[in-house]
Ligand binder design. Structure first.
Ligand SMILES: C[S@@+](CC[C@H](N)C(=O)[O-])C[C@H]1O[C@@H](n2cnc3c(N)ncnc32)[C@H](O)[C@@H]1O
Length: 259
């Protein structure tokens, strides 16, 4: 790694708390280099000096680092498995559920979970924690106002039931909004809460180094109750789940071993 880039990621770490050395290097460096060049800086030192004095440049950098793309019912088939197999399994053990949507971005994922769960149990019996390290994304999540492109996977039935049209956008109804609590959390640095029945962490682990992923899997395992379920993204299968305390429950779903 060049000194220029190493020093840059150290300074970014101090400034934002985000440790880019735990993200896959080639991919991240390519993203940041292209942004730096687009803004006309020949090295990371001069780029950093500029963004120290220009908050629009540092917001843009945060945006580039975090990759907030999301949508409701992302990879729909997986949510069908969640609905038809995972939720009935969880409700066999308990009447109240505690759920964590980690790296939730702008909120589409935790709201999708609330919509699905509301068909099975009163939402007062469900606690959904939704976290991300990007506060701008969390602010949007709390607004719960979405452009049509986030709703491509939403059926007309769900659209009618859980959204209200506002101009050219759609807002999630209050019952669903009120069942989700948003909070800032950095998966690589912050303490993990415990006793979750279901943890959903999708489309972020692909960006982390193998070593960072190992630590995160271990933390998630500790955060789940015995028999709890861990739901990952559709390109994020865990290579040997047993080494992290999990067994396969279904494709992209892992169950914490019961003691
Ligand atoms: C592509 S989005 C995934 C959104 C949603 N889970 C989904 O699958 O549609 C990735 C999210 O991970 C968040 N993220 C990146 N690094 C993180 C970290 N260290 N801790 C928590 N969230 C992180 C980003 O801010 C971004 O919102």
């Amino acid at each position: 790694m060049s000194q220029d880039y190493i020093q840059f990621i150290e300074k970014v770490h101090r400034k934002t708390g985000i440790d880019l050395s735990q993200y896959k290097e080639a991919q991240m460096k390519r993203r940041l280099t292209s942004l730096r060049e687009k803004r006309g800086y020949h090295n990371f030192k001069s780029y950093y000096n500029a963004l120290e004095n220009d908050s629009s440049l540092s917001d843009e950098l945060l945006d580039r680092m975090t990759i907030n793309v999301s949508e409701f019912y992302r990879n729909r088939k997986r949510f069908e498995v969640l609905e038809q197999k995972v939720i009935p399994y969880l409700l066999q053990q308990k009447k109240k559920l505690r759920i964590w949507s980690a790296a939730c971005s702008t909120g589409e994922e935790p709201y999708t979970l609330a919509m699905i769960l509301s068909r099975y149990i009163p939402l007062q019996q469900v606690e959904i924690l939704a976290t991300d390290l990007d506060v701008n994304a969390l602010r949007k999540a709390e607004q719960a106002l979405y452009h049509e492109r986030s709703l491509k996977q939403v059926s007309p039935d769900i659209l009618r039931k859980y959204f209200r049209k506002e101009g050219s956008s759609y807002r999630v109804i209050d019952d669903i909004r009120n069942s989700v609590t948003f909070k800032k959390h950095n998966l690589l640095a912050d303490r993990y809460q415990k006793d979750f029945d279901l943890i959903v962490c999708r489309n972020v682990m692909i960006y982390f180094t193998e070593e960072a992923k190992r630590r995160i899997f271990k933390n998630f395992c500790h955060s789940l109750v015995d028999g709890g379920i861990f739901f990952v993204g559709s390109t994020e299968q865990i290579f040997s789940p047993q080494t992290h305390g999990f067994e396969i429950f279904d494709t992209f779903f892992y169950r914490k071993w019961q003691k």
